[in-house]
Design a protein around this ligand. Structure first.
Ligand SMILES: [Zn+2]
Length: 254
């Protein structure tokens, strides 16, 4: 079971590794097992495998009708990346392709911990994005470090770390993705305003320091990203859920 939490399979069986490395690895695997996000992914995988999962959508995205049931059409393997401490862990999971009972067409649904077309899980993208956007003095390069040190990939089962690191360009791409969610932002602000009319979020501009962009388009993207981060906090406290993936899916990730 522990092996499902790392890129390369680790059996925990007899090995030629020095005992210190093995015990370090066992300690790391034990910490990973108790990590809440990894537990969520593991539970999701187990639920999909045993057919105990249901589609969160009520309306079919293909025919816009509400069928009695969406059936599991296919299960697809997918690897997600999670940052724990200063390591990127690759976690295998399953994605469901659903079939509409009315139009018989199929569609995939993004699990709550993931973002569409992103290998890194939602929490990692939002946490690193928020850190960059909220600190005027932080560059992409600084923002992808944890406590000033690079985030490496968890590579070998004997504890040897992969030489790849979480790169500044990856964070730059995440912010480009978040910055394109203008309809999602507008919709979130509308819901926040209806639930809490005294909230002034929608009137407040979210300024981004000028050294962080070279074009008006990039400035707009960063402003949308920053506004989304602020809206996400209010949305969570008002509705006890995230904007992602529910509302963002409803707005077709635009
Ligand atoms: Zn349909």
């Amino acid at each position: 079971m522990a092996s499902s939490f790392s890129c390369k399979k680790w059996n925990g069986g007899p090995s030629n590794d020095p005992p210190s490395r093995v015990s370090k690895r066992i300690a790391l695997e034990a910490r990973l097992l108790s990590h809440p996000l990894l537990q969520v992914i593991h539970d999701h995988t187990h639920a999909v495998r045993s057919g105990r999962v249901r589609c969160e959508l009520e309306i079919c995205p293909r025919c816009s009708q509400a069928p009695d049931v969406f059936k599991i059409h296919e299960r697809r393997k997918r690897t997600f990346r999670v940052v724990v401490e200063r390591l990127v862990h690759c976690v295998s999971s399953l994605l469901v392709r659903w079939k509409c009972g009315l139009c018989k067409q199929t569609f995939s649904e993004c699990p709550a911990f993931a973002l569409p077309y992103k290998r890194y899980v939602r929490e990692v993208v939002l946490d690193f994005g928020r850190f960059y956007l909220n600190d005027d003095s932080t560059s992409y390069r600084k923002a992808v470090r944890v406590e000033g040190l690079p985030v490496f990939y968890d590579g070998e089962p004997d504890g040897v770390v992969d030489e790849r690191v979480l790169s500044a360009s990856t964070l730059q791409r995440w912010l480009g993705f978040l910055g394109r969610l203008e309809h999602t932002l507008r919709s979130a602000l509308r819901l926040i305003r209806s639930a809490s009319p005294r909230c002034d979020l929608f009137r407040r501009a979210q300024p981004v320091v000028s050294w962080k962009y070279r074009s008006l388009e990039r400035r707009r993207r960063l402003q949308v990203g920053l506004s989304l981060m602020v809206a996400e906090a209010s949305f969570q406290s008002l509705f006890a859920t995230s904007i992602f993936p529910g509302l963002a899916t409803h707005e077709r990730w635009t």
